[in-house]
Write a protein that binds this ligand. Sequence first.
Ligand SMILES: CCC(=O)SCCNC(=O)CCNC(=O)[C@H](O)C(C)(C)COP(=O)(O)OP(=O)(O)OC[C@H]1O[C@@H](n2cnc3c(N)ncnc32)[C@H](O)[C@@H]1OP(=O)(O)O
Ligand SMILES: O=CC(=O)O
Ligand SMILES: [Mg+2]
Length: 360
Amino acid sequence: MTRSAKDFFAPLAVGAPAPLREIPARPSRAIHFFDPGNEKMAAKVPQMVGTVDVLLGNLEDAVKAENKEKARQGLVDIGRSTDFGKTQLWTRVNSLDSPWALDDLTTLVTEIGDTLDVIMVPKVQGAEDIHYVDRLLAQLEAKAGLTKPLQVHAILETARGVANIEEICAASPRMQGLSLGPADLAADRRMKTTRVGGGHPGYLVRQDPQRDDLGVPQYDGPRATYQQDLWHYTIARMVDACAMHGIYPYYGPFGDIKDTVACEDQFRNAFLLGCVGAWSLHPAQIAIAHKVFSPSVEDVAHARRVIAAMGDGTGAVMIDGKMEDDASVKQCQVMVALAEELAAIDPDLKAQYDQIEVQA
Ligand SMILES: CCC(=O)SCCNC(=O)CCNC(=O)[C@H](O)C(C)(C)COP(=O)(O)OP(=O)(O)OC[C@H]1O[C@@H](n2cnc3c(N)ncnc32)[C@H](O)[C@@H]1OP(=O)(O)O
Ligand SMILES: O=CC(=O)O
Ligand SMILES: [Mg+2]
């Protein structure tokens, strides 16, 4: 049962901050995962501030069961001792059915709730999971005297979660976005893969057989194959659900750290379909995400040229032999708006975009 429109933006606990009416479009090209209980990784966090849009202290999968409390306390220590500047601090708490989720939420909100921006909730199955987190966060925010509401990000990594995608996005004004969780989703769907994201050489289409002069198919002749994207359907659903609810879609993890080329391809597919960022599991993946999820100078130059040529944005013009109209100018506005958001936090990108001269 969803809340009525009049109650939707009311705080869920006395003393909790008023929910946001709109989720701010903050750059989040790379959500960089680190284990706060791993001394080596934790020591790198202060120097990573300013080099990545989001630093995420991960408490869930990839943290051993015996280290859960250490990771949680490590994140509290990092949150208290680090000045994050414009870099956002997110966390991924343990799943709601685990023995750790309640203490994760209680400790983090009361100890470093004013430093955290977004709480990522894994294995979300439906609106009921978000409703639970929503109310609990309101109670904890009130207890901690927070003035800014925490945002919630759900990982789409169960078949039920995918089936309930729209209700998850609509469940709370805290909903900031969704990430694809291809590893858990593959397991839950009983897909026959053993990878963390990315493609699979067996998922392909094959060119039709050549035919001889009599039109008989030559099944043993050479035929090209084309690998397909296992994640296209889910990402497309995620993008539509997020756009409909004014929140943000992200590709998740790409586990083959050394395959930087395929990682870039997977991220780019997601970017072109409408995602705003991806996870980085290793420092080497940050640059890939920043490159892919920042509009290219060529695209920004073209977009500015179309916007300039279209005047009030109505009618049709020809640019380089192509028709541009109200709909293409809107796409160009999306590109330019993103470039402006990124330029505000990334001086190198700003310098590149500033050099663009608008051609007539
Ligand atoms: C599958 C679905 C999911 O849930 S994905 C999300 C959960 N997984 C994660 O969060 C994994 C995070 N990443 C890692 O644990 C590591 O990067 C893994 C993949 C294990 C590789 O580590 P390792 O073998 O040490 O890599 P390396 O020798 O190339 O490291 C070089 C230096 O960089 C450091 N490093 C490594 N990863 C990170 C990171 N995520 N953040 C910050 N620092 C990182 C390493 O500690 C190493 O440091 P140093 O040079 O020895 O001082
Ligand atoms: O948590 C991420 C996943 O792919 O599973
Ligand atoms: Mg997962």
